[in-house]
Design a protein around this ligand. Structure first.
Ligand code: PLP
Length: 374
C-alpha cells in the first residue's frame, strides 16, 4: 500500500447530501455514479447512495452498469452512452435500462431484444436544446417508426439534459423545458406514455422545481460539490458536504534563497528566502499541469504552488518560518473548513471546474473510505 498519496472519501457526507437533495426534490432520486462515481469509487458510492434513499442509479457506459450488476446491485440503473455496435444483449439480460437517442440505436437495441426474446427497457432521450445527446432531426421519423414498431421495447422513460441549469433565469432553460413538454406530448399523441420523465441535473434539482418531473438525476451535488461556483455559490452556501479529501506526502523540504528558479522551464523564481516543499503527486495523478493559484495546506497554513507541476511531483512555497517537515501529510484539497484549498479552488486555478478535478485523479492514488454510519 502506498503511503505517498490517497483520496479519502467520507461516505457519510454522500449519504447526508443524498438525504438533503431527496427531501428538497420531493421526487425519487437517481444517483449519477458515472466515471467511477466522479472519482469517488463506483461500488462503495452506489451502495451508500441506495442505503441513503436513492431509488435509481445512472451511468454513462455499459461497462459501468455491468459492474454495478456484478456487485449484486439490482436497483433500476440507466446507461446513457452506449454507442452503436455495443453489446446490447448483455445490457438487456442484466436488466439495464438503455437511453435511446437515435433510430440507429433503437434498431440495434430492438434487434438485440428480439434475439434474446426479452423486451429492452428503454428511456427515449430527446434533445431539447443542448444539441448533444438525444433525438433532434430524426424526431418525426422516429415517431413514425414507433407507431408500428415498438414490440421489442418497454418504454420506461423519456429524458433530456439541460445545457445551462446552473444559470437560473437563463431563457434557454425555459425554452428547453417547453420543448421537453412538447416532445412528451408528441409521444402521447401516438399512444406512448412513459411512466418516468426526467430532466433535472444537480443544478436544476437545487434551483428549478418546475423541472423535477418524476425523477431527478443528481451527480456533482451528491459528492457535496457545487454545480457552479459563480452562479450558485459554494458547497457551504448550498448546504452540501464535500466528501473527498486528497492528501499527499511531503517528499522533501529545502531552504532556498531569493531568486531561485523552480521547476521545468524555470517559469517561477522565489521572491525571498523561503522553504520549499516537494509534494509527491503530479499530473499523472490528476494534478493539472497548468494549475497556478492553488496549493496545499500543511502545518496550519496554505502553501501555494510554485513553478510547473511535473508528472509525479510539484513544488509549493511553504514560507520561511513554516514548521512543515519531509514526511508530513499535506492536504491538496478538502471541504475547506479548516483553511485547506477546495476542489473549486483547484478548478479555478486550472481554468476548469470541480467536476474535472475530482474525476481525473488517477488510478495509482488509492481510495480510502470512511463508512457511512446509519
Ligand atoms: C452527468 C449527467 C448528469 C449529472 O449532472 P450533474 O451536473 O453532475 O448533476 C445528469 N444527467 C446526465 C444525462 C448526465 O450526463
Amino acid at each position: 500500500m502506498t503511503n505517498r498519496a490517497q483520496v479519502e472519501v467520507d461516505l457519510s457526507a454522500i449519504a447526508a447530501n443524498i438525504a438533503r437533495l431527496k427531501l428538497h426534490a420531493g421526487v425519487p432520486l437517481l444517483a449519477v455514479v458515472k466515471a467511477d462515481a466522479y472519482g469517488h469509487g463506483l461500488i462503495p458510492v452506489a451502495k451508500t447512495a441506495i442505503a441513503a434513499g436513492a431509488q435509481w442509479l445512472g451511468v454513462a457506459l455499459l461497462e459501468e452498469a455491468l459492474a454495478i450488476r456484478g456487485a449484486g446491485i439490482t436497483v433500476p440503473t440507466i446507461a446513457w452512452l452506449v454507442p452503436p455496435g455495443s453489446d446490447y444483449v448483455s445490457a438487456i439480460e442484466a436488466e439495464i435500462d438503455l437511453a435511446v437517442p437515435s433510430i440507429m440505436i433503437f434498431k440495434e437495441v430492438s434487434l438485440a431484444a428480439r434475439s434474446v426474446k426479452k423486451r429492452a427497457r428503454i428511456h427515449i432521450e430527446v434533445d431539447t436544446g443542448m444539441t448533444r445527446g438525444g433525438f433532434l432531426d430524426e424526431w418525426e421519423s422516429f415517431l413514425d417508426l414507433l407507431v408500428s414498431n415498438r414490440n421489442d421495447v418497454e418504454i420506461i422513460g423519456m429524458f433530456s439534459h439541460f445545457a445551462r441549469a446552473d444559470e437560473p433565469g437563463q431563457v434557454q432553460n425555459v425554452a428547453q423545458l417547453k420543448r421537453f413538454i412538447e416532445m412528451s406530448d408528441d409521444l402521447n399523441r401516438i399512444g406512448v406514455e412513459p411512466e418516468i420523465h426526467h430532466l433535472s441535473n444537480s443544478a436544476a434539482t437545487l434551483v428549478d422545481a418546475s423541472a423535477h418531473f418524476d425523477l431527478v438525476r443528481t451527480g456533482i451535488a451528491i459528492y457535496g460539490l457545487t454545480p457552479d461556483l459563480d452562479h450558485l455559490g459554494t458547497s457551504a452556501h448550498l448546504d452540501l458536504k464535500p466528501a473527498m479529501r486528497l492528501r499527499a506526502k511531503l517528499h522533501l523540504v529545502k531552504e532556498v534563497l531569493a531568486g531561485t528558479p523552480v521547476g521545468y522551464g524555470a517559469t517561477a523564481f522565489t521572491t525571498s528566502e523561503t522553504k520549499l516543499g516537494v509534494v509527491a503527486m503530479g499530473y499523472a495523478d490528476g494534478i493539472p499541469r497548468i494549475a497556478q493559484g492553488a496549493g496545499v495546506f500543511v502545518a496550519g497554513r496554505r502553501a501555494p504552488i510554485i513553478g510547473r507541476v511535473s508528472m509525479d511531483q510539484f513544488v509549493v512555497d511553504l514560507g520561511r518560518d513554516s514548521t512543515a517537515q519531509a514526511g508530513d501529510w499535506v492536504t491538496v484539497f478538502g471541504a475547506g473548513s479548516e483553511g485547506e484549498y477546495t476542489a473549486d479552488d483547484w478548478g479555478k486555478a486550472s481554468a476548469s471546474i470541480n467536476y474535472e478535478i475530482v474525476t481525473r485523479i488517477g488510478p495509482r492514488v488509492p481510495r480510502i473510505y470512511k463508512l457511512a454510519t446509519s
